[in-house]
Ligand binder design. Sequence first.
Ligand code: NAD
Length: 372
Amino acid sequence: MNSRRDFLQKLAASAIAFPSLSYLTTAAPLTGCNTLHDGPVLRVAIMGLGSYGTRVAEAMRSCTKAKLVGAISGHPDKLKSWQTRYNIPEKNCYNYENYDAIRNNPDIDAVYVITPNALHKEAVIRIAKAGKHAISEKPMSVNARDGQEMVDACKKAGVKLLVGYRMHFEPHTLQVVGMRKSGQFGTVRFFQGLSGFTIGDPTQWRLNKQLSGGGSLMDIGIYSINGARYMIGEDPIWVTAQEIKTDKVKFKEGVDETIQFQLGFPSGAVASCLSTYSMNNLDRFFLDGSQGWAEMWPSTGYGPIKGRTHLGEINQPIVTHQTVQMDEMSGIILQGQQPVVPVDGEEGVKDLKIIDGIYAAIALGKRVDLQL
Ligand code: NAD
């Protein structure tokens, strides 16, 4: 993209292709500031001020419909530095003991939970009980039963629950989804998802089952699980899976290193996927249909996402995923907008049912039926 005019022309073209994406229907730059939006603004507190929480906070500086206004952390020093860095008032800062008091804070609409996986459930339930909307990072929890409890708690409290599926708002991804929906690939028969990276520090929470709930599948394999569903456009009805472990010291009991899994869909389409903590260069989706194909590589990293189809390169705006995600989530929570690909709690539970199914298929050594 060479000029602002090219950029705006691309935005306009995108708006025709994806009319429900409000950020693409205005000429506002994707890295704008809060003054460009005159509708409601979602006021968000982030819980868990770690690496991804910081990425989201930085991205939210450019949001037009969402604003970072609060923080929850067990580290007083981090709260102090976030107050300065993001202009967060002291009265909107909490720790893990006292954050239920957020119910008395009219200046916060929603809490975004960005802590280790196994801690999402308790946090979301407490947030719901405090009458605030909840956004949970992926995986929403560590099994489908816990995920369903989160959905039920939010329903009971009358608050919304969303899952941080940033790819559901990514323009290249949405172009492929749109092409599949309009039949441009013909009958879709096959999806391949490769998700993985070589994990470092063996002492990190991602390799501790108590906090992570599993291994690579919970953390990175979930992108292939979720991607198989939005690329094929169906929910799977069976799963088979095989686990490979080369390092039993680093990847202890219950922490998967590498898993291959296959998903079967009602139409007869199949997905073949790899999830790993021991290989790099694996961030690739391939979709094959009777009349065409799509390849995305990288497919789910922070970007830029790149893709091509049988018709040529996919040419969509490069966006900061978390900026777009939070603006779109504002529209979903405050204005009842419907995303192209759902990001609600029920969507998170579906992925957890597949994860439960994959672990069961490995344990049983046979195909497991799924009911999503
Ligand atoms: P991180 O280790 O960098 O940060 C975790 C934060 O949680 C830290 O600030 C830590 O202090 C806090 N915490 C609270 N209680 C804790 C406890 N008992 N043990 C350890 N830490 C505790 O991790 P991260 O990479 O920011 O991941 C956090 C969540 O975000 C995970 O669920 C992860 O799957 C998700 N994530 C999502 C994406 C995405 O692209 N959507 C990317 C990275 C991480």
